[in-house]
Design a protein around this ligand. Structure first.
Ligand SMILES: CC(C)(COP(=O)(O)OP(=O)(O)OC[C@H]1O[C@@H](n2cnc3c(N)ncnc32)[C@H](O)[C@@H]1OP(=O)(O)O)[C@@H](O)C(=O)NCCC(=O)NCCS
Length: 155
């Protein structure tokens, strides 16, 4: 299937809110999604027929990207789209001279943790009872981008 990744725009809000409600126990509101859209650094994955099958929301501050949300619609999961989205993000961040990508994931979300590990993210630490609905620990993970000529220390 041909897919493209493009910037998240306001016209996508309704579709994203539907997916958000289907996929998360504590979904973001449309207002929160709109705020992310306006900040930039958020993308949707779309089929050639215009179906949005996934989205990635985050924020770049100086040389660190925080990945707030990654989701693939239920019927399109397990086809490698989440992995492709992270590959896109890493390349994009490399171009923007970003050094590290951070994320937090529910400690019981094994499919997401496996995806992040497969994409090269390393676990950093657990934040106890960070999430509600239901209560869960947050696992913080990081991906360190190798920039040409970057001789900085490792984490
Ligand atoms: C987590 C999520 C983004 C994964 O996207 P996906 O497109 O289904 O993942 P991919 O097909 O690219 O899978 C890549 C790897 O992720 C892991 N993975 C994905 N789904 C998995 C599952 N159900 N069980 C175990 N591992 C899984 C595997 O390591 C897989 O590699 P493999 O196919 O070689 O085994 C998707 O399941 C989703 O949107 N879930 C609901 C929202 C969510 O939890 N988002 C994460 C918030 S932090």
């Amino acid at each position: 299937m041909n897919i493209c990744i493009r910037e998240f725009c306001e016209a996508d809000l309704k579709q994203l809110a539907v997916l958000e409600n289907e996929l998360f126990s504590a979904p973001w509101s449309e207002a929160m999604l709109l705020e992310s859209c306006q900040k930039g650094y958020s993308w949707v994955m779309e089929t050639e027929t215009g179906e949005i099958i996934g989205y990635l929301i985050g924020e770049l501050v100086l040389d660190e990207f925080s990945l707030y949300n990654l989701a693939i619609s239920e019927s399109r999961q397990n086809h490698g789209f989440g992995f492709r989205f992270l590959t896109f993000l890493k390349e994009k961040m490399r171009q923007l001279a970003c050094r590290k990508i951070f994320l937090e994931v529910r400690s019981r979300n094994q499919s997401a943790i496996s995806l992040y590990r497969k994409s090269g993210f390393q676990p950093l630490y657990l934040r106890r009872n960070y999430y509600s609905q239901p209560v869960d620990d947050a696992l913080t993970m990081v991906y360190e981008l190798k920039q040409e000529g970057n001789t900085d220390e490792k984490l």
